[in-house]
Design a protein around this ligand. Structure first.
Ligand SMILES: Cc1cc2nc3c(=O)[nH]c(=O)nc-3n(C[C@H](O)[C@H](O)[C@H](O)COP(=O)(O)OP(=O)(O)OC[C@H]3O[C@@H](n4cnc5c(N)ncnc54)[C@H](O)[C@@H]3O)c2cc1C
Length: 527
């Protein structure tokens, strides 16, 4: 909480807004800036990394006629927003839910002229939660229904449940509808942790567990997560409902990549940026890839991780000390452990999309992960076929089981993994996956292990391998910290990723938009 206490109101709100989709951005400013620059081709731009943050930046800048080159080391766009095929199944690497329609992603994609090419499916419920003592399904887009359902299961906490969610709704109406209450709910929550906020209303740890169920989405425990942050980000889901980009997150990434190329931007796949080139005047002149090919640039936008940028890509002598210290003292966010399952049967007796399974009474183990044994962590099963018809081929089902993970238990395998010696690592990941399946077999889907046609397992090391994000972090730096300025102290270098703006699909898309605007603004000043 120390870091949070230090945040002043304005800066903190800025962080919050990036963490939800509830922001208003001055759109019109961008075309006005762009219109003043007539010799656009004299301002080449390189984007390092084709995660969503990089794709959105490149899409905007190519839309305004700049010479944009996006360099991506993988052979497809999207970073974590990708999918992969195994036999009859197409698995989503990361995607579960966000709020896209009637929120910032819609505004950004409409601005780019591609919203009509993107389709979303609404999740059938907010969450289903199964523990040894209760099984509750919180309905989607129905705050009253959530209060009613939780009060049915926990009648002794009815008043507190109604008050807690009522306050969450007030925050959303203050933010979105500009409503003003006698006491500002945003002001009230601003200095509280989620734990303190919940304790003002309820006492039963099971109720608190249900209220805090989205902590896993942000990778931060209720004692550490700020109440206002939680209320904004979760209130969006509560009121508008979770959404999924059809048919996979890859479709969103491909649409953005097509948009860049349609605007004459260039995307180079299978190409890794090795160095940023900086001249004697300490100004960026371009980048160099692993094959020593150079690309001129008046601005470089880094969508790659900030630790890689500082430790590998920037020339050490050109990094201002304060900047590198700011990066080095931060902690990476959590990573993930995912088991993707392709089943040879339809799981049509279950209607839910996202089902959380808890087994201990330790909220840290259940909400994030177990430090003793990852296999006993709180789990989340996603049944993708309950989003829309035809997700899987007829007669099959696509599922994933996921928990968060820190890097510690995987550190010991790191060297061997990257040297191709994976025996011990494979044994450990198989052990954990087997236990995950067994636990869901007992709690929800009897005979699950006999239905498995395809299984893939992703660990923090897999994340590192595919994205080069240190420790396989999925949200950049620890999300409890304020964002890092998009404009760096190095002239011409900008940031647009989970590492600068906080993780999650919506925050990084907003990062991409905001950073593109900053680049235009700086060109206008230099012109
Ligand atoms: C399992 C999992 C589940 C998740 N679930 C959700 C969810 O339900 N909702 C949600 O909102 N968020 C979710 N997230 C988080 C979200 O996916 C990420 O926070 C977000 O996609 C990060 O985007 P980014 O733009 O920062 O870039 P990244 O996706 O990290 O991509 C960075 C890109 O840069 C490239 N790159 C790196 N270095 C170089 C280099 N030197 N040269 C060239 N290219 C380089 C990488 O190859 C990569 O493509 C999840 C993540 C995971 C892993």
């Amino acid at each position: 909480m120390d870091a949070l206490k230090k945040l002043n109101r304005r800066r903190f709100l800025k962080t919050l807004v990036m963490a939800s989709s509830a922001a208003a951005i001055d759109w019109t400013g961008m075309s006005a800036f762009a219109a003043t620059i007539t010799n656009k081709k004299d301002f080449p731009i390189v984007v390092i990394g084709g995660g969503l943050g990089g794709l959105v930046s490149a899409a905007y800048l190519s839309k305004y006629g700049f010479d944009v080159t996006l360099i991506e080391r993988h052979y497809i766009p999207g970073g974590y927003a990708t999918s992969f095929d195994r036999q009859d199944f197409t698995f989503d690497v990361s995607w579960h839910a966000t709020v896209a329609e009637h929120a910032m992603p819609q505004m950004i994609l409409a601005d780019l002229g591609i919203w009509d090419k993107v389709k979303v499916a609404y999740t059938p419920e907010l969450k289903r939660i199964i523990t040894p003592t209760f099984d509750v399904t919180l309905p989607a887009k129905n705050p009253q229904g959530v209060k009613k359902e939780l009060s049915r299961v926990f009648p002794h906490e009815k008043k507190g449940i109604y008050d807690f969610y009522g306050e969450m709704e007030m925050v959303i109406s203050e933010l979105w509808e500009g409503k003003r209450f006698e006491i500002s709910m945003m002001g009230k929550l601003e200095n509280l942790s989620l734990e303190k906020w919940m304790s003002m209303h309820v006492h039963d740890p099971d109720v608190k567990y249900c209220m805090a169920i989205f902590s896993g989405y942000y990778g931060v425990l209720p004692t550490e997560i700020n109440a206002l942050f939680y209320a904004i980000a979760t209130g969006e889901y509560l009121v508008h409902g979770g959404q999924y980009y059809k048919t996979r997150s890859q479709d969103l990434s491909d649409t953005l990549a097509d948009c860049i190329e349609a605007n004459s931007g260039r995307i180079l796949y299978d190409t890794q940026v090795a160095k940023i080139l900086i001249d004697k005047e300490d100004t960026i002149t371009g980048v160099m890839d692993n094959d020593h090919v150079t690309y001129p640039a008046r601005a470089v936008i880094a969508n790659c991780s900030l630790p890689s940028l500082v430790n590998k890509i920037l020339p050490p002598k050109k990094i201002p000390k304060a900047f590198s210290q700011q990066i080095k003292k931060r902690r990476a966010s959590l990573s993930s452990f995912v088991v993707w399952l392709g089943l040879n049967k339809e799981v049509d007796h279950i209607e839910n999309y996202e089902i959380d399974l808890a087994q201990s009474k330790n909220s840290s183990d259940d909400l994030l992960f177990s430090k003793n044994d990852l296999a006993e962590s709180g789990l989340s099963m996603t049944i993708y076929d309950n989003l829309f018809k035809g997700y899987s081929s007829p007669g099959k089902s696509t599922l994933s089981i996921m928990c968060l993970s820190d890097f510690k238990p995987w550190k010991k395998f790191e060297n061997d993994y990257f040297n191709g010696n994976k025996n011990a690592y494979n044994r450990e990941k198989q052990r954990i996956a087997k236990r995950f399946i067994q636990r869901f077999e007992q709690a929800l889907i009897p005979g699950l292990s006999d239905m498995i046609e395809v299984m893939e397992i992703g660990t923090p090391l897999t994340n590192m391998f595919y994205t080069q994000n240190p420790q396989g972090a999925i949200y950049g730096f620890d999300r409890n910290m304020p964002q890092i300025e998009s404009k760096t102290p190095i002239k011409g270098l900008y940031l647009a990723s989970a590492w600068s703006h906080g993780g999650g699909y919506t925050p990084v898309m907003m990062a991409g938009q905001q950073t593109a605007k900053l680049v235009l603004k700086s060109f206008k000043q230099r012109f």
